[in-house]
Design a protein around this ligand. Structure first.
Ligand code: PHE
Length: 511
């Protein structure tokens, strides 16, 4: 029996879609998007954002679904099946997923601790001091690692242990978790949003969010921010979508599913932004400052600005705190499961080891690595690694995927594969996105990020830390990818079921 016949499958189409949406919807939606939207010109940002969704995220989602479902393998196997020489690109995705998985688990562990703190609002009057001081005991800089934080460590044990139990037997475990957790997350967020909209000051918050600054649209940086954001948010270029779609039946509808997954993620993001800004509007009213002043980015927004806001809500604060942090845990957990699958499954194929063994070995390694983020310097390391992987790693992989398919293989061939069983067919505009728009936009994004980094550095971190935790990390991912490519497969790479696309210039161009 070939490996293809043995391949595990999702129990249902809904299970696949829910898992794909579960991966996409995560910390990025709940706290990153509202801030990016606000920072990049409020309502006017929605236009570049939607353009980025249509011209980059959806086309790449379709491409990744097509590669996974047709090549019938995780990222590494699928790329090896496309061309042996591109196997490294699949591994690179798996390694980036592995890196994100490690620090993502640490943020989730903080959220678990905060769900616990929420019952007593343990952060008190000084959420900022509490987060950096009492809770994380942050050191003075990224080169001072210090000791392990036991509370965060306990959260990590819970996360890695439970993920092992949920996923290590069958893909169906992963699917079940998503089928339960995603509707639960939706209900939690609806509760927050509806209650948030009823707060005094909510309208002012929404005005701040949606008052368009059309001027911002003329700024290329805003467009590039939109392209950068949809990437992380839709879980592209991390092997997740390729691996997930490889568990679909071969003759699956793809274009419609990609649109459903992509736009459900957007819908969720916009909903989160509405919830977050109605709460920020309320906070601003309580503190007598404009809503612009309370919006801080990233980790600060979730773990500092929110607790500060919940403090001003009286009894309601406890309810909001628990719901919010629990939602963060649930939303992030399904993304964490997807990252684990994208990282671990390629190894189980390459070395033909059982899922259980693969999960046991790599969950242990992942857990061990995540301990680094429980240290006093952990937050700095996390921040640097996240910055490099998001701004350079994922975007670079997306660029390479589009370039290889668009210029070295045949775009039309992939479009035909994508359209074969789909309700609505993508036309040549898809080829144009893959061949021109994505490479142009993503290479500009990368160049702008490099320029910014050289001119301004990042958050004032010392060069040595940036090299060690950022550049070196990315370089190591490349090195390991090539090393793995040089090793043989324990399963047949080419099978009768998988038809290889002929290369550009060899044979007739696909229509
Ligand atoms: N999309 C997830 C989020 O928004 C993060 C993620 C990135 C998950 C890449 C998987 C792969 O939080």
């Amino acid at each position: 029996m070939s490996d293809v016949a043995e391949r595990q499958q999702w129990g249902s189409k809904a299970g696949f879609l829910m898992s794909a949406i579960g991966s996409a919807v995560g910390l990025g939606n709940i706290w990153r998007f509202p801030y990016v939207l606000y920072e990049q010109g409020g309502g006017a940002f929605l236009i570049p954002y939607l353009v980025a969704m249509f011209t980059a995220a959806i086309p790449l989602l379709v491409l990744e679904y097509t590669i996974g479902s047709q090549m019938r393998g995780t990222s590494a196997l699928s790329w090896a099946r496309i061309r042996a020489k591109y196997e490294w690109l699949g591994w690179l995705q798996a390694f980036f997923a592995g890196c994100i998985m490690v620090y993502y688990s640490a943020i989730l562990s903080w959220a678990i601790s905060y769900t616990r703190f929420a019952f007593t609002m343990a952060w008190g009057d000084d959420p900022n001091g509490f987060f950096f001081g009492s809770f994380l005991k942050l050191s003075d800089g990224p080169m001072q690692i210090g000791t392990v934080n036991l509370a965060v460590l306990a959260g990590l044990v819970l996360l890695w242990g439970s993920a092992f139990l949920v996923c290590s037997r069958r893909v169906r475990g992963l699917e079940k978790a998503n089928l339960i957790m995603m509707p639960a997350l939706f209900i939690l967020m609806l509760i927050i949003i509806i209650r948030g909209l009823m707060l005094p000051g909510a309208a002012a918050g929404l005005n701040t969010l949606f008052t368009p600054d059309f001027h911002a649209m003329l700024n290329p940086r805003v467009w590039l921010a939109a392209y950068g954001h949809v990437f992380f948010s839709c879980s592209l270029a991390s092997g997740v979508m390729v691996t997930y779609s490889s568990y679909l039946p071969k003759k699956s509808e793809l274009t419609n599913s990609a649109c459903i997954a992509g736009f459900s993620n957007s819908f969720f993001e916009i909903l989160c932004a509405v919830g977050v800004f109605s709460i920020l509007g309320f906070m601003a009213g309580q503190q007598g400052v404009p809503a612009t002043e309370v919006a801080t980015s990233g980790i600060g927004l979730a773990f500092i600005a929110f607790p500060a806001g919940f403090n001003t809500m009286g009894n309601l604060g406890v309810f909001f705190s628990i719901t919010f942090f629990f939602a963060l845990v649930v939303g992030g957990y399904t993304s964490l499961l997807s990252l684990m699958e994208a990282f671990i499954a390629p190894f189980t194929e390459k070395f033909k080891i059982s899922r259980r063994k693969g999960y046991a070995i790599l969950c242990s390694l992942g857990f061990a690595a995540s301990i680094l983020f429980t240290t006093n310097g952990g937050l700095y390391i996390l921040d640097i690694a996240d910055f490099f992987i998001n701004n350079f790693g994922l975007v670079l992989v997306g660029l390479l995927e589009a370039f290889i398919v668009g210029w070295l293989l045949k775009t039309g061939y992939f479009r035909e594969l994508a359209n074969a069983n789909s309700y609505f067919k993508f036309g040549r505009w898809w080829d144009a996105c893959i061949r021109f728009i994505i490479p142009i936009m993503l290479s500009s994004t990368i160049m702008l990020s490099i320029r910014n980094l050289i001119l301004n550095g990042y958050e004032g971190y010392p060069m040595i830390a940036m090299i060690l935790y950022g550049a070196l990390l990315i370089a190591l991912c490349f090195v390991f990818s090539f090393v793995l490519q040089s090793k043989g497969w324990a399963i047949p790479v080419q099978t009768a079921e998988v038809q290889l696309p002929p290369g550009r210039g060899k044979g007739k161009e696909g229509k």
